[in-house]
Design a protein around this ligand. Structure first.
Ligand code: SAM
Length: 318
């Protein structure tokens, strides 16, 4: 399908594996999802435009497309709502996503090995905002994997507007569906660990995807507490379903040690702010965001009475 061109670039061993991933990804589009016609329509609308150049215009990933009518652009992008990750600026249209992704990227980029010339895997890439940032930072290949089809369509929409897209690609896959292959120099898992039923299996597979000495960038929710402490929400956490286990920093480091990562460094801890995760019209006029998920009388707690979201960035080596 659309990512075919990447198989011709990266050498035979990588290509055999990549082809298997591509097949799986292509199959995942064959599901019976009633939204697909609407999302395809959005792509068709955008096809009529001339492509532009991609750049970073703080805090936006910006694309300037000569001759792209806002009467076409805005309704096309609205068909792909909600936009969680971004922000993007396409001509004069500011697509203010729920998350102001540049804040996370700034916390990360100063601590990691330069991405120039590296093969990079972005696990749980959402719509590929960060995958594109990785490619713009010089990655030889930035491969996002994301099982949620809408986010794959968002990536395709954005990518379709770029004249010479950087080496960023996205496949509709879950990490555990990927054949284990030690082919990536850098692996990112950001905002994904707490969604896993089996966090150790996730960490071990992240390691298996890395080349020797390759670098892991793990960004995840944590709670305060000593080594061994975890929070297992009974129901939702900050209104999110599928949050399985939030470790303390010390617990997380012990998990990484158990998975046999080396040179484990905690480089950043920060409480998520309502500037970073905010209500915008691009998630729907009446849709809720972080400020609605916190206790109105105490912003240290979620609406469920649990500790408010705090995130860590850990870097480790295979
Ligand atoms: C909270 S979002 C984070 C997106 C982005 N990485 C970021 O940091 O903003 C988590 C994403 O991971 C995806 N995801 C969850 N489990 C996954 C898995 N096992 N393999 C790949 N992606 C997964 C979800 O569909 C979701 O889009």
């Amino acid at each position: 399908m659309f990512a075919d061109e990447i198989t011709s670039i990266y050498g035979p061993v990588f290509n055999i594996t990549l082809n298997k991933w591509l097949d799986l990804s292509n199959k995942s589009y064959l599901v019976n999802n009633g939204n697909i016609p609407k999302w395809e329509q959005a792509l068709d609308l955008l096809k009529t435009s001339k492509n532009g150049t991609l750049s970073f215009q703080s805090p936006y990933l910006a694309i300037d497309c000569v001759g792209l009518e806002s009467e076409i652009l805005q309704p096309a992008l609205e068909k792909l709502m909600p936009w969680r990750k971004g922000p993007f600026k396409i001509n004069e249209l500011k697509l203010e996503s729920e998350w102001q992704g540049d804040l996370k990227w700034q916390r990360i980029i100063k601590h990691i090995q330069p991405l120039k010339g590296r093969k990079v895997l972005d696990v749980g890439s959402g719509n590929g905002y960060f995958t594109l940032r990785m490619a713009l930072a010089g990655a030889e290949l930035a491969l996002g994997i994301e099982p949620f089809l809408l986010f794959n369509y968002q990536f395709r929409a954005i990518n379709s507007l770029i004249e010479s897209p950087p080496n960023a690609h996205m496949l509709s896959l879950r990490l555990e569906e990927m054949e284990k292959a030690a082919v990536f120099n850098t692996v990112f898992s950001m905002g994904v660990l707490y969604h896993q039923r089996d966090h150790m299996a996730h960490l071990k597979q992240l390691k298996q995807m890395l080349t020797p000495e390759g670098e892991l960038i793990l960004e995840t929710l944590i709670v305060d507490g000593p080594k061994g402490h975890t929070l297992v929400p009974k129901d939702r956490y900050a209104r999110m379903r599928n949050v399985h286990c939030l470790p303390s920093v010390e617990t997380l480091v012990s998990w990484l040690k158990e998975a046999k990562f080396k040179k484990i460094k905690v480089v950043d801890i920060c409480k998520t702010s309502i500037m970073e995760q905010r209500r915008t019209k691009w998630i729907g006029e009446n849709s809720a965001s972080l400020e609605d998920f916190l206790d109105p009388s105490n912003d240290q707690l979620t609406i469920e009475g649990l500790p408010a979201p705090k995130r860590v960035i850990v870097i480790a080596q295979k």
